[in-house]
Design a protein around this ligand. Structure first.
Ligand SMILES: [Fe+2]
Length: 277
């Protein structure tokens, strides 16, 4: 096995592990790498839908997305499609997946199917480091507080991402829940800064203006490049991230002559998480 670190903050590209091997030993090796590096990448892994599902099930029950429809034959796989003409791409700002749910996703396994010749990298940011390096005066103000996370739901989603399908109208409601701003990782017991630009709307117990000012500073801090790594996709690559301890950002840099005019297709499986505490 070979481990190539992607940055000083987080992320590692692993070679010498076969993701088709869904044995307990292989899972434990992969999960240890995941807990250590927070996001891990594997190239040239031509795994089938069934093999991707079997791999994911090692972490626990799979999650159906709140408002995005899965594949007909494999509803637990959401196909993320950016059409040729589209500049938008799902996931194109800093977020953790479904943080507006009571129990947000534990981990995600994303496999690339079709990749444009340029553009569409994914960035990740280490929220354990973000907590450690956060300004002490901000830490003091937020350490015991909760924040509201909410999503605009399927209506916004369907309007923006033409190549994808949402669930039916009954799920179009706004999703909203509160979580501690600093959560404890259930496996490593490390503190994690658990807010994000896309879904976190307000700190509970503070006036809107003060909450907005603090959140703005935190979001800027979370985007500091020295907390991040960046992955350049190739076809049949697999990323596994710990959705509890990282933010991610799918870069939609599809400009005329530079990535526009190409499809980008990914298959995503999510594993159910716990309620943050
Ligand atoms: Fe995402």
């Amino acid at each position: 096995m070979d481990i190539k670190l992607l940055s000083g903050a987080l992320g590692a590209e692993i070679s010498g592990i076969d993701l088709k091997d869904s044995s307990k030993e292989n899972y434990e090796r992969i999960n240890n790498l995941l807990l250590e590096h927070k996001v891990i990448f594997f190239r040239n892994q031509d795994i089938s839908h069934e093999e991707q599902i079997a791999l994911a099930q090692n972490w626990g029950p799979l999650e159906n997305h709140a408002y995005v429809k899965g594949l007909d034959k494999h509803p637990e796989i959401v196909r993320i499609v950016k059409t040729k003409e589209e500049k938008n791409q799902w996931g194109e700002n800093w977020h953790t997946d479904v943080s507006y749910n009571v129990k947000p996703t534990k981990a995600v396994i994303l496999k690339s199917i079709k990749i444009p010749p340029v553009g569409g990298d994914t960035c990740f940011s280490n929220m354990e480091l973000a907590w450690e390096t956060l300004d002490e005066s901000i830490k003091e103000k937020i350490k015991d507080k909760k924040a509201i996370h909410s999503s605009l739901g399927a209506e916004f989603f369907i309007d923006n991402y033409k190549g994808m399908t949402g669930h039916e109208k009954r799920n179009y409601d706004e999703y909203s829940n509160e979580h501690p701003i600093v959560r404890t990782h259930p496996e490593t017991e490390k503190k994690i800064l658990y807010v994000n630009w896309t879904y976190t709307k307000q700190i509970i117990g503070l006036k809107k203006k003060e909450s907005d000012e603090i959140l703005k500073k935190i979001f800027e801090h979370q985007a500091r490049l020295d907390l991040t790594c960046r992955f350049n996709w190739t076809e049949n690559a697999v990323a596994i991230w710990d959705n509890r301890s990282v933010l991610h950002y799918a870069i939609a840099d599809f400009y005329p002559g530079r990535g526009l005019g190409y499809e980008r297709i990914m298959d995503r499986i999510a594993i159910e998480g716990d309620q943050p505490h």
